[in-house]
Design a protein around this ligand. Structure first.
Ligand SMILES: [Zn+2]
Length: 195
């Protein structure tokens, strides 16, 4: 499902979110900028309990999933449908799905899609290890950390995410950004279109 210039969604770990839908959905995947930034489920729970008291979240559906509340627009203009805490045991790759994304050398801007696909498979095949999270670049001759490649739209490596599912827009409010930073530190958002 990818060609030489553009990765589509089959290399994505978000299989559980690939539900059949009549039209595309936008999920906002909030992650730490630092790939190995550790955060705890307890801390996420405390933050989301606060959001629930403020009406941002509604009923808790399961350990890791909440319905949006009446004040969901405080987080993202246009609101969202539900919030998922997706904590991972190992580093994972989060990216767009429908429509895919480009991968370029950060030094010379050349296309690295085929090399990245191979590197990602190698990395996953080795158990998501630190040593294999690299790409020997055929374009500039140096070795890049996978997370330092130029992804467009942005993609990230992280130890999990707070996911705003079915969001009304791609931008978090400043209020939400500040609150999420208390959990995730410096924050990045991966906008993910899901078919
Ligand atoms: Zn390069």
């Amino acid at each position: 499902m990818w060609d030489r210039n553009y990765i589509r969604f089959d290399i994505n770990p978000w299989k559980e979110y690939q539900l059949p839908r009549p039209s595309s959905r936008l999920d906002l995947i909030c992650v730490a900028v630092q790939p190995m930034y550790l955060w705890e489920l307890d801390a996420a729970g405390a933050l989301l309990f606060r959001w629930q008291n403020q009406g941002v979240l509604g009923e808790k559906i399961s350990d890791c999933v909440w319905h949006a509340g009446p004040a969901a627009e405080r987080v993202v203009v246009g609101g969202f449908t539900s919030l998922h805490v997706d904590k991972r045991q190992t580093l994972s790759f989060f990216s767009n799905q429908q429509g895919g994304f480009r991968v370029r050398c950060p030094t010379n801007g050349g296309n690295l899609v085929p090399d990245f696909v191979s590197a990602l498979q190698r990395w996953r095949g080795s158990g998501n290890g630190e040593e294999t999270r690299v790409l020997q670049c055929p374009l500039c001759g140096t070795s890049h950390r996978l997370e330092s490649l130029d992804f467009s739209p942005p993609a990230r490596f992280a130890l999990g995410a707070v996911v705003l599912r079915d969001a009304g827009g791609a931008e978090l409010t400043e209020w939400a950004r500040r609150d999420l930073m208390t959990l995730l530190g410096e924050l990045a958002v991966v906008a993910c279109r899901v078919s």
